[in-house]
Ligand binder design. Structure first.
Ligand SMILES: C[S@@+](CC[C@H](N)C(=O)[O-])C[C@H]1O[C@@H](n2cnc3c(N)ncnc32)[C@H](O)[C@@H]1O
Length: 236
């Protein structure tokens, strides 16, 4: 997956697609340092570093971090291999951020709370924790329907199967290249979580909600939003 990640995520990796997120994060980092939880191949962290923001990453997968390392050296962008819910890196940060739905990769409420606590642990006074996350797709799941499609395109068929009792979902992907050949099958497991539950996790970690928008461009978060970008702040 690591070797294919940048190619498969090219639609959200171009400079134009990343510009709003990079602007948002650069402004929040201010003169301070940024810590990316689950930095992956550096899709966001590497261009943020190139904008002049000192970035450190935490990443569980050595394979994903190895792809990042082909783009930038350790001195320029240090990465610690570990679990973002528990791994502690040296120093104080003005910004911790966790994008592209990755809080949901933590499959229990306890782990997600620990992730908030770990973010708060790394922030200086007034520092911010930012999460980008999809709104759980339950409005698209009428009784009797078992799956919610989220992409039906030439090279990718994607759908979620949802367990509303466990508050988990599995994202299924069938992917091929260039509109031909066999599909590769992949899946990922998630614990979906509502904005209000995230706000409670933030309060447990000593953070206050500062802002919630519908996307990186600052558009309003509404009842029809399919995702949100939320900012919690550590009191000064
Ligand atoms: C969807 S990718 C996002 C990568 C990158 N942040 C981006 O926006 O492209 C999810 C990443 O989270 C990492 N990950 C999953 N669980 C993690 C955990 N508990 N701690 C640290 N990284 C984790 C995966 O290895 C993967 O690199």
């Amino acid at each position: 997956m690591a070797d294919r990640y940048d190619t498969e995520e090219h639609a959200i990796s171009s400079p134009a697609a990343l510009a709003p997120a990079l602007g948002f994060l650069t402004e929040l980092a201010g003169e301070g340092r940024a810590l990316e939880f689950a930095i992956g191949t550096g899709r966001v962290g590497v261009p943020l570093r190139r904008r002049g923001v000192p970035v450190t990453g935490i990443e569980l997968s050595e394979h994903m971090a190895a792809v990042l390392r082909r783009k930038v050296d350790e001195e320029t962008l240090p990465v610690v291999i570990g679990d973002m819910a528990t791994t502690v890196v040296p120093g104080e940060f003005s910004l911790v951020y966790l994008v592209y739905n990755t809080i949901s990769n933590l499959l229990t409420q306890d782990e997600q709370v620990e992730c908030f606590r770990n973010a708060a642990r790394h922030l200086g006074p007034g520092g911010r924790f930012v999460i980008e996350l999809g709104v759980p797709p339950l409005r698209f799941l009428p009784p009797g329907q078992v799956a919610v499609p989220f992409d039906v395109s030439e090279d990718h068929l994607g759908f979620d199967t949802v367990d509303v009792v466990e508050q988990t979902l599995v994202s299924h992907h069938f992917t091929r290249d260039g509109g031909e050949g066999p599909y590769r099958r992949g899946h990922s497991r998630h614990r979906y979580v509502w904005p209000a539950e995230l706000d409670l996790m933030a309060r447990i970690a000593g953070l206050d909600l500062e802002r919630r928008v519908g996307d990186w461009d600052g558009s309003s978060f509404t009842g029809d939003s399919v995702k949100h970008v939320s900012v919690w702040r550590k009191p000064v």
